[in-house]
Design a protein around this ligand. Structure first.
Ligand code: NAP
Length: 289
């Protein structure tokens, strides 16, 4: 069996073209571009790289992206105050809080200060609650990217058994909710799952989102399974690799998403689409400066 590659580049390009057109229309109507505030409180090099790539991506779409750097020693109060001010500011359409946060501060402590209408990466407990209840809100872009990537490649979800490996609030849990909304049957696995290979071998679709190199191998899959690799891990040689061992999966899985080039580009594209949606909604509700 040939293993198809679930690449994300074509889907990302299509989403980006639509976002660019919508950002242009918003700019012409309102006299200013959609605006994203990127709140940073660390001096982590990987985070700085990601912030730069988001800024480039925003610029390419015609979105204003302002970095608000509070420094690696920012307090939880300072973060909450900044997020509250931006949430109330009609000149800010969308907010992203970059991780890692300063030592000792958890995302849950500060993210509730982000208004749900501007929480474009769906990080606050309110956004996760809205998603769980099936109400309007922003899903975390990575979780949404997995579902969009599968749909783009014509993989049916209704009635299929999906094993999600990972239960974080930003990937595993929201992804499980999105898959349920597509009528999939979902099993969520984590580090305390007793027999992970037994669960993954029983699934039609396996999504690996654990951040562990080589966690999912071909031997732990049903022949013909579809595999989405969300993991982005730094290998010993400095390259970026996923959670799936691609060589062992070849010929056994029906399809596998590559790392890089699979979920990643779709995630960034969806984030920018969320910014434009937030701006469109703000204009409809009259809260724009
Ligand atoms: P995280 O917060 O560290 O969560 C990892 C999850 O995996 C946890 O639920 C953990 O279980 C589970 N896990 C760890 N080891 C396991 C094992 N041996 N067996 C089964 N489950 C295990 O990570 P995250 O933020 O969700 O990110 C997951 C991965 O996705 C990372 O590699 C990250 O870099 C990547 N990522 C990629 C994108 C993208 O755009 N491509 C975006 C975001 C994240 P416990 O809950 O029991 O600890």
């Amino acid at each position: 069996m040939d293993t198809a590659s679930l690449t994300g580049k074509e889907l990302a390009a299509a989403v980006n073209a639509d976002t660019t057109a919508r950002a242009k229309a918003l700019t012409e109507q309102a006299g200013r571009a959609p605006r994203l505030a990127l709140v940073v409180a660390n001096d982590d090099p990987a985070s700085a790289w990601y912030v730069n790539s988001l800024k480039k991506s925003a610029a390419n779409r015609g979105i204003d992206c302002e970095t608000v750097d509070l420094g690696a020693d920012a307090t939880a109060d300072a973060l909450r105050t900044e997020l509250s001010v931006r949430s109330a500011d009609p000149g800010t359409d969308a907010i992203m809080l970059q991780t890692p946060l300063p030592a000792g501060i958890s995302l849950d402590e500060v993210s509730p200060a982000i208004a749900a209408t501007k929480d474009v990466d769906g990080v606050s407990p309110l956004s996760l609650g809205l998603l769980t209840a099936g109400s309007a809100g922003f899903a975390p872009a990575t979780a949404e990217a997995v579902v969009e990537l599968l749909k783009h490649h014509g993989i049916a979800l209704a009635g299929r058994h999906v094993a999600v490996v990972g239960r974080s609030n930003v990937v595993g849990k929201p992804l499980a909710q999105l898959l349920l909304a597509e009528n999939a049957t979902v099993t969520i696995c984590h580090s305390r799952t007793t027999d992970l290979p037994a669960v993954t071998s029983a699934a039609d679709i396996v999504v690996a989102a654990a951040g562990r190199i080589g966690l999912v191998t071909g031997a732990n899959l049903r022949p013909g399974a579809v595999v989405v690799d969300v993991g982005t891990n730094e290998a010993a040689d400095g390259s970026i690799v996923g959670d799936v061992d691609p060589a062992s999966v070849q010929g056994r899985a029906a399809a596998l998403s590559p790392v890089p080039g699979g979920v990643g580009p779709v995630t960034t594209a969806l984030l920018m689409r969320h910014v434009v949606i937030a701006a469109e909604q703000a204009r409809r509700n009259g809260g724009v400066a």
